[in-house]
Design a protein around this ligand. Sequence first.
Ligand SMILES: Nc1ncnc2c1ncn2[C@@H]1O[C@H](COP(=O)(O)OP(=O)(O)OP(=O)(O)O)[C@@H](O)[C@H]1O
Ligand SMILES: [Mg+2]
Length: 325
Amino acid sequence: MARETSLFSGSPSELVGRQIASYRIEQEIGRGGMAVVYRARDLRLDRTVALKLLAPELARNDTFRNRFSHESRVAAALDHPHIVPVFEAGETDGVLYIAMRYVAGSDLRHLLDRQGPLPLPTALRIAAQVASALDAAHEHGLVHRDVKPGNILVSRGTDSDHPEHVYLTDFGLTKKSLSLTGFTTVGQFVGTLDYVAPEQISGRPVDGRCDVYGFACVVYESLTGHPPFRRDDDMALLWAHQYDAPPALTECRPELPSGLDGVFTKGLAKSPDDRHDSCLAFVAGLRSAATGGHAPTEVAFGPVAPEETRPKLPPRWAEPMFRGG
Ligand SMILES: Nc1ncnc2c1ncn2[C@@H]1O[C@H](COP(=O)(O)OP(=O)(O)OP(=O)(O)O)[C@@H](O)[C@H]1O
Ligand SMILES: [Mg+2]
């Protein structure tokens, strides 16, 4: 027992150089509420990976454990350019771990904290990539449940037409649905409630449309610098997700086309039935509103509007915006 605790909560320097399963830990990348992520060396294949060690308490929660094993299998089977490939998921000394591709760059949380709201074209480029990943997952019957900026990794793209390449990560790894339906004890860290859909809060069954809601919250934040609902405490925030209308995007960004507001109203609808059917449909709506109602013919990648209808681009649009590489 002492050993499993030290695996997770040991200071970063204690774990550096140690071997966990067939991975040698090189450096801590970051930590969230329920996991620590390290850069590590896969000793079998001699390559760099990101190794995520989940908090031991999660390994003891049967609901989480069952979902972890099921969903990491499904996620590992997803072969998509915008989903972080999972190499292995397993357990060692009572600690669940996931080895996945190491993505050099930043996550959207850090990017927004550093740069503030993104220019519309940048936000749409990132959104389109995330949307294609989410829709692909939904087609495989997998609901992400925890779409948020911290789970969107942004790395350098291939060229100036594609300045960033975006990956979605952490499928099914949220504690939210456990805690919100009463599986965890009061006071435990649940993670951010900024992106949680009304049906997740009330414990109703969720499907891909709960990700449409979380995704719409993330895109809203990309454009304004803050999520749609800001309240002083968690209860008020949960109430707002369920009953309050989100403030119009253009209250915060009056220079953006007003047609965007209606698209967010739909993406953030309280009832899943009133939302877009897919994340790409939501992005298509945004693109259409961004170009003054000219429906794009292609929604997933690349420029879609005729040159003359495109909004004037800020100079930093095509500039790389991540740390290192
Ligand atoms: N495959 C990866 N490659 C590189 N960095 C990663 C990878 N996966 C996660 N990270 C980084 O590791 C850090 C911690 O991730 P983690 O998922 O534990 O926390 P989070 O998503 O920010 O929060 P939460 O615990 O609420 O999910 C983040 O800064 C993230 O950018
Ligand atoms: Mg994460």
